[in-house]
Design a protein around this ligand. Structure first.
Ligand SMILES: [Zn+2]
Length: 179
């Protein structure tokens, strides 16, 4: 009923007391029968950043790491605890591309299931438009191997590595001219 990577099939022991009597009460909640510890599977927040060059082409990156190594992606990543989504977007672009962005503007939220080390992490990817004057200074680093610009109509959403990135591209195309 659940995939091998679903938390119900991965989390076998109570993280507090180590008991094996750690039962899923539904698909996103666990309770320890020995110490009453409750654990909930919630969405992890992440950001994706939408940067366009002066020809109106979208910046896409190539993944340097698994999952989906070598595939196209949007720059971004997980939001650290205590960080705002806007701070995370600025930090991720600095880490992956070495430039400063500003004037972040919210586009929408896109759910995803991100399988990492055999575990499904449910995410909510928050997409932001951003501005920069430093596109010509970009250098790929961290979990990005290279970057490229594409006209939206030339991007095949099927090439994107996840359902959230697929839906971001689809929505950018369907709303083109309105944002
Ligand atoms: Zn316990």
């Amino acid at each position: 009923m659940y995939s091998n990577t679903h938390p119900v099939n991965v989390l076998k022991f109570c993280p507090r007391c180590g008991s094996a009597h750690f039962q899923a009460t539904c698909n996103r909640s666990f309770k320890c029968e020995d110490c009453s510890f409750n654990y909930y599977v919630n969405s992890s927040a992440a950001v994706a950043v939408l940067l366009f060059n002066d020809k109106g082409e979208l910046l896409l990156t190539r993944r340097a790491v698994e999952p989906h190594i070598g595939k196209l992606d949007l720059p971004g990543g997980f939001i650290d605890p205590g960080e705002t989504a806007e701070q995370a977007a600025i930090r991720e672009i600095q880490e992956e591309l070495g430039i400063q962005v500003h004037s972040l503007r919210y586009f929408g939220s896109f759910p995803n299931e991100y399988v990492y080390s055999g575990f499904s992490v449910y995410t909510i990817d928050l997409a932001f438009f951003a501005q920069t004057e430093n596109l010509h200074q970009m250098t790929a680093s961290d979990d990005v191997s290279s970057f490229e610009f594409h006209k939206l109509q030339d991007v095949d959403p099927e090439e994107m590595p996840s359902i959230s990135m697929y839906n971001i591209i689809k929505e950018l195309i369907s709303r083109e001219g309105t944002y």
